[in-house]
Design a protein around this ligand. Structure first.
Ligand SMILES: [Zn+2]
Length: 175
């Protein structure tokens, strides 16, 4: 069997035609498969605000943040927060902070960021705790969202990020 690698699809097709008249069987191995060529460039096609997961809302006025999680999509959750503001509903700490400080809240594109997309509902709370504790330690979290007692397991995760750099640097042997 004859094996060849071709970068160009048209080149590969021409060569297949050439070998059609012969008894040589040709197996084409191309770096660009037909599906790859015709697939749109963006592989992650779901728009951010249609995803579920852990999100961050940044207050335009004071630059502090609110962290939340949702198993529905971000857009729905944003609209819900806005409804809480309009109805003067203390249900959401985000709405509370806006109302207490007479902040303006901003559009979804201005203030909402996806921290961690996930469809695994069991991971929503752990990741939310992780980002709340992280922002709290950097003094960015609003007081309405006080995490209370810090979770030692979450702390382990946060510290591991620094520890990993330490391990990588100390395992490097220069010979
Ligand atoms: Zn504020």
């Amino acid at each position: 069997m004859f094996r060849a690698a071709y970068r160009s699809l048209s080149g590969a097709l021409t060569l297949t035609n050439l070998f059609k008249q012969t008894n040589i069987k040709i197996a084409l191995k191309s770096n660009n498969t037909i599906s790859q060529i015709f697939r749109p460039k963006a592989t992650n096609s779901t728009p951010i605000y249609n995803k579920s997961g852990i999100y961050k809302l940044t207050f335009k006025t004071c630059q502090h943040v609110y962290v939340g999680q949702t198993s529905r999509n971000l857009k729905q959750r944003y609209q819900e927060h806005v409804r809480y503001i309009k109805n003067n509903d203390p249900e959401s700490a985000f709405a509370q902070h806006i109302l207490n400080n007479q902040h303006e809240y901003g559009t979804i594109e201005e203030i909402m960021k996806l921290h961690k997309p996930t469809n695994h509902t069991s991971m929503l709370i752990p990741y939310e705790l992780f980002f709340i504790q992280s922002h709290h330690q950097h003094g960015q979290l609003i007081s309405e969202r006080n995490p209370g007692e810090l979770n030692p397991l979450i702390q382990l995760g946060l510290d591991a990020i620094d520890t990993r750099d330490y391990l990588i640097n100390n395992n490097r042997h220069d010979t």
